[in-house]
Design a protein around this ligand. Structure first.
Ligand code: NAD
Length: 496
């Protein structure tokens, strides 16, 4: 039974409801996870609030030491973390290892917290008056995270929140929850005081309890767009600071001057890696000008070469999708695409992996001549399906991207700097790759989309993460004495 982690120990709390946790490659249930009740959320918030009083007072030096120790432990146990992720999510081990590495980079960024929260000082701003600013933590912060990166996405949040002096309550996805308990134990081993990091498992009941809880200062959410919108509305209504990152429809535009082999390689890797279950996966390729047929041929050949199998098999390049429901939904969207007029260049439906006949596998799929009105284009598929669209010019491609409600990521394949510049200035999208298909920013740049891909003002991790988890104070001070002008005036104060 997968239990909550509250106040530095595993506990069932008052939970009685449970959900199955599957091994997607075999289709077998491997665990059960407890589904938290409002009282469990309250217990975690109470523990986090109590721990906040001490943690906020810890010196930057001491916090940094804990962060460094945590970094060492995550690095040392990266292999085990990847195995836990692979078994419950289904992604192949090398992909899971990449997820841990990207999470680790956020921890490394957070190790620099003394300089990240350093304020500025203006000496002698007025006669005998100095002005300086500094940032303080918010209190108890909550994170609500999706299934597709069960280790990395929480690490976009808790290392920075905790480094800034906050305490944290994580509500991970109920589909692959185990890794969060493992991470909690690493935090404790690193010397983090009990109650600073807590995990409450659960479904909507736990989420609603977090949104309603008056003891929570800030909520970070990553997941699908309808839930992101709901989280933003509810958390804002109860006066919480909120950042809610949603879903995506990421386009890659391929210009006629692009290296087509290079583009096809990278397109298939980004469309089919992790079975397309990445918020930055390319799911729509837009071929500009005459290269479309050639591109479809090459991408289709690549799709046919992808080795699909269980995540633990080193030969596998792509694993299963997360649930039978996800598999059915993806296959239905492929069928709808064909029905609505697209050409099925590669069909991944009905794939059976020998020895894993009950696994939730969908093979790489390429749909050509997809139109903007088709369901497979309008909806976020979140599976290994690449739709190919055609546009006469780069401006038409930009217009297509900007007409889409999502604005998470996009990529351009080209050999032209002028086209790249026009593209990066023209698209209404938060993260842009030029000859880079999954432009997930490094830990020291913030991550975030535009439009329906992000609700709230702040992008996540990086400098905007630090700003999100802190608030500023500015002090204007003078010490009456020789230099200071001290006479009072009814005028609005101005510098002298
Ligand atoms: P999801 O929205 O179903 O779930 C996300 C979280 O919300 C989970 O913790 C879940 O328990 C909770 N939740 C689910 N339904 C809820 C409800 N009705 N009320 C309250 N809480 C609810 O997302 P998912 O299927 O786990 O993850 C895939 C989605 O996440 C995709 O849309 C993907 O694009 C998105 N995603 C976005 C980013 C990003 O950075 N923008 C990153 C990763 C994933």
């Amino acid at each position: 039974m997968i239990e909550h982690w509250i106040g530095g120990r595993f506990t069932a709390g008052v939970s009685t409801r449970r959900a199955p946790v599957y091994q997607p490659a075999t289709g077998q249930q491997q665990h059960e996870v407890l589904l938290g009740e409002p009282d469990d959320v309250d217990a975690a918030v109470t523990a986090a609030a109590a721990a906040f009083e001490g943690w906020r007072e810890e010196s930057l030096s001491r916090r940094t030491k804990v962060l460094f120790a945590f970094r060492e432990l995550v690095n040392a146990r990266a292999g085990r973390l990847a195995e836990i992720v692979s078994d419950e999510h289904g992604k192949v081990l090398s992909d899971a290892a990449g997820e841990i590495q990207r999470g680790l980079e956020v921890i490394e960024y957070a190790c620099g917290i003394p300089s990240l929260v350093a304020g500025s000082y203006s000496h002698q701003a007025s006669a005998g008056v100095d002005v300086f600013d500094f940032r303080e933590p918010l209190g108890v912060c909550a994170g609500i995270t999706p299934f597709n990166f069960p280790a990395m996405v929480p690490m976009w949040m808790h290392p920075i929140a905790i480094a800034c002096g906050n305490t944290f309550v994580l509500k991970p996805s109920e589909r692959d929850p185990s890794v969060s308990g493992f991470v909690a134990e690493l935090w404790r081993e690193a010397g983090l005081p009990d109650g600073v990091f807590n995990v409450v498992h659960g479904d909507r009941v736990a989420v609603d309890a977090i949104l309603a809880h008056p003891g929570i200062a800030a909520v970070s959410f990553v997941g699908s767009t309808p839930i992101a919108r709901y989280i933003h509305q509810q958390a804002s209504a109860t006066g919480k600071r909120v950042q809610a990152l949603g879903g995506a429809k990421n386009h890659a535009v391929v210009l006629p001057d692009a290296d087509l082999d290079f583009a096809a390689d990278h397109l298939s890797a980004s469309a089919f890696g992790s079975a397309g279950q990445r918020c930055m996966a390319i799911s729509a390729a837009v071929a500009v000008g005459g290269a479309a047929d050639e591109l479809v041929d090459r991408v289709s050949r690549k799709a046919g070469e992808v080795v699909v199998g269980p995540g633990r098999d080193p030969a596998s390049e792509m694993g299963p999708v997360i649930t039978p429901a996800a598999k059915e939904r993806i296959e239905n969207l492929i069928a709808a695409g064909e029905r609505q007029g697209a050409t099925l260049a590669v069909d991944g439906r009905g794939l059976k992996v020998p020895g894993y006949e009950n696994g939730f596998f969908v093979g790489p799929t390429v749909l050509d001549r997809v139109g903007a009105g088709m369901d497979v284009y309008r909806e976020e598929v979140f599976g290994p399906v690449l739709s190919v669209l055609r546009a006469p010019t780069v401006d038409d491609a930009i217009e297509m991207i900007n007409s889409n409600p999502y604005g998470n990521g996009t990529a351009l394949f080209t050999g032209s700097g002028a086209a790249a510049r026009r593209f990066q200035r023209g698209v209404h999208v938060g993260m842009i790759g030029i000859n880079v298909p999954i432009p997930v920013p490094m830990a020291y740049h913030s991550f975030g989309g535009w439009k329906d891909s992000l609700f709230g003002q702040s992008h996540i991790y990086g400098p905007e993460g630090v700003a999100f988890y802190t608030r500023a104070k500015v002090v204007t001070q003078r010490w009456p004495g020789e230099d200071a002008l001290t006479e009072a005036s009814l005028h609005f104060p101005t510098a002298r």
